[in-house]
Design a binder for this molecule. Sequence first.
Ligand SMILES: Cc1cc2nc3c(=O)[nH]c(=O)nc-3n(C[C@H](O)[C@H](O)[C@H](O)COP(=O)(O)OP(=O)(O)OC[C@H]3O[C@@H](n4cnc5c(N)ncnc54)[C@H](O)[C@@H]3O)c2cc1C
Length: 408
Amino acid sequence: MKEIPETRYDVLIAGGGMIGTSLALALSQLDLRIAVVEAVAREASLQPSFDDRSTALSRSTQRMFEALGLWPKVAAASTPIRRIHVSDKGRFGFSRIDAEEQGVEALGYVVFNRVLGGVLQKAVLEHESIDVICPARIVGVTCSDAEAVAVVEGAERTEVRTPLLVAADGANSSVRDMLGISAIQSRYGQTAIIGNLLTEIPIGNTAYERFTGDGPLAFLPVNDGRAAFIRTAADEDVERILALDDAGFLHELQELFGNRLGQLSNLGERASYPLTLSRTMRLTATRSVLVGNAAHGLHPVAAQGFNLGMRDVAALCDCIADAAREELGNKVMLDRYAAWRKSDQSKLVRFTDSLVGLFGSTRPPVRLLRNLGMLAFDLVPGVREEFARHTMGLAGRLPRLSRGVPLR
Ligand SMILES: Cc1cc2nc3c(=O)[nH]c(=O)nc-3n(C[C@H](O)[C@H](O)[C@H](O)COP(=O)(O)OP(=O)(O)OC[C@H]3O[C@@H](n4cnc5c(N)ncnc54)[C@H](O)[C@@H]3O)c2cc1C
């Protein structure tokens, strides 16, 4: 590891995953010295953020990458979603959201995390105002009204001072613990199994979300005509499912998804992620703030976790850009961030949580409600538009970057 170049930064970011690197790049538009402390190198096969998953990027995230000048590179590696097809196993009807109907070119874009990671990390390393300290961890934090002091441990152990410490170190954030902010975490009793495959009928630019008795199943279009899938299964069934050979796994997937895309084949590697809902009691502590999964962990049913985290990034950047230099990380600035983010975060937590509850149940009254829900979705004017606005990340008051407007 390189020595830690400086012992004081304007902003110190714990965690250089999808959110931490995006934040560093966004802040590099301002005249600030920034450091990112990341525990695991990108090339490492176990890098937890830039792994084999694929992520559906919302319109507001797309606009952010546009404002950061990164969109051409991200777009070149991603696949547009022009339609979302929602269905319920064991029921004939389905609902569809169309980009054209919504007056947009695409409802979102799908990109492999590893590829997005390549773009973000290269950009971070090229930026003079950003130092990446990796592999290293923040192992201790002390905060006072004047500053936060973080103990960074890599090849050496150094104290780094900053007026603003940002915890972007994921759902099990140890920096959040060090700040004394407690998180309420509840397991869904479900695990997501991901991978990709080939479909006999080309998936084109349609994303499929199917609610099954086992939990939601999603197929997303990815580059080279393949489809990425996320299969949700009950925890107690996961070991059995992962032990299936490719033919057995594909057979089960076909049973759950049906024949809408013809025969499923050519299965790639599979990986699994236990699913937890995580909320925090507060978003800030003295001289410090939480963003991304450190602040909230969602079920991936609506593909919103990263997109929500990017709106945290955009709002924090607005608060920093609007503050005078001496106000960076002070209570007024932090309170403004927390007040701004509270409603979007809790709405999305409730939205994804209720989708899981509503569509995960096989109880007859809930099935009836669900059928009525699908009907309302199709027939009541405005319902589909409202859902689409949330999916695209365009609901509520949007910060500059989420509108595609650079900070300066
Ligand atoms: C199966 C699945 C599918 C998903 N699909 C979508 C989707 O389609 N769309 C969407 O918007 N979201 C999706 N999500 C959610 C999305 O992946 C997360 O919201 C996103 O990865 C959060 O990024 P993050 O940077 O906050 O946290 P993480 O990705 O967890 O990154 C945290 C980083 O911090 C580092 N770190 C940890 N501790 C320390 C420490 N003490 N010091 C230094 N560094 C540390 C880690 O090494 C890591 O690099 C999905 C999630 C799952 C599980």
